[in-house]
Design a protein around this ligand. Structure first.
Ligand SMILES: Nc1ncnc2c1ncn2[C@@H]1O[C@H](COP(=O)(O)OP(=O)(O)OP(=O)(O)O)[C@@H](O)[C@H]1O
Ligand SMILES: [Mg+2]
Length: 335
């Protein structure tokens, strides 16, 4: 693994509640992680878990409430939006709304190339065509003059990826980049994202998804987010094969393709109603859905602790969860 490029430390974001004038929503709660050179990290969690909020803070769209984001050279990314804009580029979920419909592909890409790479005219056009080749929109001269309505969703997302690369970023944050695309093109776009690592200066990627299956294609490490907190963190391989947190097991269970579902089945009771809205939780936020929850889980927040060489988990019952669901093999349990 390479050196840490970007460190996220105790990132917290609170929003005023949309439903009550006094309350607030803790969208992200003391989240820490590092992005190392040469790696893709997947941030996984269900709707509302705080994934896009983290992306927005990293790209300077939102300000954090507390915590900090540091570059390896010590620059405080979370206080320097200008710097952020260039070093971290975003690939959005919706390729239909993220491109201006009146501009040609060439125009869309010329602007960031001229701004960020400080070149103009013929040189910028040459670089744009190089980018189009890189995202496999060939022949580049054909796509240069097209407008978004003439492109498929997958082709538009390739233009969005080229636009991100045009700024010569060090980090790409891709927020659900394939969830609005036709299933048939999703794997191609994920492979393209994987292939841009190391190109045009890209050194690391944060891949945001609710779909654990796609993390296997793209990610080296996986962070599992539940209601704004990291509940498990490990290599993609270990998380997919030996998930430790009951919530990760639930996510794995929801993967429709059984071949991608490497772990054992999650107990059916995990599918139960999510009742925490009715309760005042002081402990684990997953307790209301967890079949293993006991008194301590309701009282105390489980800390994120190392449980193996490869993984961290925030669960008082992590080892019990493995045993109960049959994920511990005879070798693992020392038998
Ligand atoms: N501007 C805002 N004002 C108030 N609450 C917000 C705001 N933006 C997000 N939230 C709340 O913060 C929480 C996290 O939202 P966020 O969009 O980061 O989730 P997400 O994991 O990206 O979800 P999804 O998978 O649906 O995109 C949610 O409870 C959401 O309602
Ligand atoms: Mg989101």
């Amino acid at each position: 693994m390479g050196r840490s490029l970007l460190s996220v430390e105790n990132l917290t974001k609170r929003y005023p509640s949309r439903s009550s004038s006094e309350g607030e929503v803790v969208a992200v709660d003391r989240v820490s992680f590092e992005l190392h050179r040469g790696e893709v990290v997947a941030l996984i969690g269900e709707s509302g878990s705080g994934k896009s909020t983290i992306a927005k803070i990293l790209t300077g769209v939102e300000q954090l409430t507390s915590g900090r984001v540091l570059w390896e050279d010590g620059a405080v990314a979370s206080k320097a939006p200008r710097l952020l804009r260039q070093r971290i580029q975003m690939v959005f979920q919706d390729p239909f709304s993220s491109l201006n419909p009146v501009n040609t592909v060439g125009y869309t890409l010329m602007r960031p190339v001229m701004n960020y790479q400080r070149c103009n005219g013929a040189e910028a056009e040459r670089r744009v065509k190089e980018l189009l080749d890189q995202v496999q929109l060939s022949p580049a001269s054909l796509y240069f003059n097209k407008r978004p309505f003439e492109l498929s969703g997958g082709q538009r997302q390739r233009v969005v990826i080229a636009r991100a690369l045009a700024a010569k970023p060090q980090v790409i944050v891709a927020d659900e980049p394939v969830s609005m695309l036709d299933v048939s093109v999703r794997a191609e776009i994920l492979r393209l994202l994987r292939s841009v690592m190391g190109q045009q200066g890209v050194q690391a990627m944060l891949y945001i998804t609710h779909d654990l299956a796609t993390a296997e294609i793209l990610a080296d490490r996986v962070l599992v987010l539940y209601k704004g907190r990291i509940v498990e963190h490990g290599t993609a391989k270990s998380i997919l094969r030996r998930p430790m947190h009951p919530y990760t097991r639930l996510l794995l269970e929801s993967i429709p393709n059984p071949r991608a579902r490497r772990g054992n089945r999650v107990p059916v009771s995990l599918r139960g109603e999510n009742r925490e809205g009715e309760l005042r939780l002081t402990g684990c936020l997953f307790a209301p859905r967890c079949p293993l929850a006991h008194d301590r889980c309701w009282r105390e927040v489980p800390p994120l602790e190392a449980r193996s060489d490869e993984g961290y988990v925030a669960c008082f019952n992590a080892s019990q969860s493995l045993v109960q669901t049959g994920a511990v093999t005879a070798r693992d349990s020392g038998a």
